[in-house]
Design a protein around this ligand. Sequence first.
Ligand SMILES: C[S@@+](CC[C@H](N)C(=O)[O-])C[C@H]1O[C@@H](n2cnc3c(N)ncnc32)[C@H](O)[C@@H]1O
Length: 360
Amino acid sequence: MPLSKKHSVEKGFELCSATADFPTHRQPSGCHVGSPLLRPLPLWRQRFGGLTVGRNHQPPEYHVPVLADRVEYWLGSLDGTIVDATFGGGGHSRVLLDANAEIRVLAIDRDPDAGRQSASFGSRLTFHQANFRQLESVLQEEHLDEIDGAIFDLGVSSHQLDVGERGFSYRRRGPLDMRMGPDAELDADVIVNQWPAADVARILRRYGEERYSGRIAQAIARARPIADTLELAGVVADAVPARARRSGHPARRSFQAIRIAVNDELAALTDALDVAMRLLRHGGRIVVISYQSLEDRIVKRKFASESSSCTCPPDFPVCVCDTVANVRLLARGGETPSAAEIEANPRARSARLRAAERVA
Ligand SMILES: C[S@@+](CC[C@H](N)C(=O)[O-])C[C@H]1O[C@@H](n2cnc3c(N)ncnc32)[C@H](O)[C@@H]1O
């Protein structure tokens, strides 16, 4: 009897689709042309399959919510359905539910671990394990055609970083994985061990703004096969000139870049912001917290274009386009955490919150 994908995952394995006509860079890691049909799943995915591996390794704190007071300030007075598009450990959802008894939260996260965190939230919160770029279909499932507010708290949770098995951390040994959830089509192993060096250099430059992208990509290609995250971090660190190793960990940008590529994060954000803006009711608000400049640029540009009331060339004497602003900006220039918050939670350091309200 042929094995179904579901069946194989439940058994702690997944099917390799490796055939000569299926490009190797699209295959799960561990699958190569001519490889056996099954490969063992990484531990964190075995947990998704229902096995209990790793349950006791969870750190005590799943995630400390960043700028929670500002999220409450901008969204806490809105009655109705707020979408928490990045539920994580549910810190922002909790703040909103506690702030206003009229709020219901529609929570989304790609990560089944986040879904487990939602179990204790009660009937005012509904969780969907999904990519937030599927926001529109999640709303359809809930029979909603508009939303009252939305919060996007981008990037990875502390839980995802702290569990070495997930492969996000350059400080912990783990598999080259970095998938936020099982819907990701790639994993880090495919990029690191199979992509041409020129393609690796391109993502390091584009998604990591890495100055030494070419050198690092060449070093990665020479060191193949790279077995795990610490080995990758070492290869990257050795490829960076000593003078450039002073500001933070030398592998930080490369890990960020690979993670963004694995999870197609920037395209997902662009798609989801379009839908959230379109489905926000009049007077509704959207809040986005980003942690790096590429994400923040997407948010800033989207908010700027939705808030601009005239798109005529600047030398036109009168407006002929009749464009009206869809939103007004609430936190001009964005808001950042206080020194006290950063001291208490250093992961808040690079956060920038932007907020907008629908006016048309
Ligand atoms: C910074 S954490 C959010 C923490 C949360 N606000 C809290 O207070 O616990 C980001 C979360 O967003 C999720 N995530 C990132 N991109 C996503 C996407 N495209 N679709 C769904 N979830 C996503 C990650 O899996 C992670 O759990």
